[in-house]
Write a protein that binds this ligand. Structure first.
Ligand SMILES: CC(C)(COP(=O)(O)OP(=O)(O)OC[C@H]1O[C@@H](n2cnc3c(N)ncnc32)[C@H](O)[C@@H]1OP(=O)(O)O)[C@@H](O)C(=O)NCCC(=O)NCCS
Length: 113
């Protein structure tokens, strides 16, 4: 268990297609996406074990989704954590699109799987 001494910082890392959350200047987790036109497709979120259960995923995803709105884009929540978050935070409903089989096929091709 590590003490959280500073306010977590969220940053978008375009080159890696992800947002990262930093605690004490070290990466503690990420939420990964691919962009399809104006839709940001979130497919995986993870927080390091050392920081689990401290609400960091919620901070990370809330700031990432706020950035999506600021960018004039829309959200597609393939990641189960992001999908659950959106159920509890309906303020993003207006910019959320459904996960369709077609998006999943596109995502698999993007990720080479
Ligand atoms: C899921 C994960 C990102 C949560 O990180 P965290 O910082 O501990 O999460 P928070 O403290 O912000 O939030 C905990 C909440 O996440 C929910 N949660 C945990 N695992 C989840 C999952 N796989 N899918 C959806 N929600 C999940 C919990 O039920 C809890 O909900 P509550 O706040 O209503 O009680 C982290 O446990 C993790 O990295 N897990 C391994 C990777 C993974 O399964 N990622 C999700 C699917 S891509």
């Amino acid at each position: 268990m590590s003490a959280q001494s500073t306010t977590p910082l969220v940053r978008r890392v375009d080159a890696r297609h992800r947002y990262e959350i930093l605690v004490d200047d070290k990466r503690a987790g990420l939420t990964a996406y691919r962009d399809r036109d104006d839709r940001r497709v979130f497919f995986h979120t993870e927080i390091d074990d050392a920081h689990a259960g401290q609400g960091l995923a919620a901070i990370l995803v809330e700031q990432a989704l706020t950035d999506v709105r600021a960018s004039g884009m829309r959200i597609v929540p393939v990641c189960p954590y992001v999908a659950e978050f959106l159920k509890k935070h309906q303020e993003f409903t207006d910019i959320t699109d459904p996960v369709t089989p077609e998006v999943l096929t596109w995502l698999d091709a993007q990720l080479g799987r």
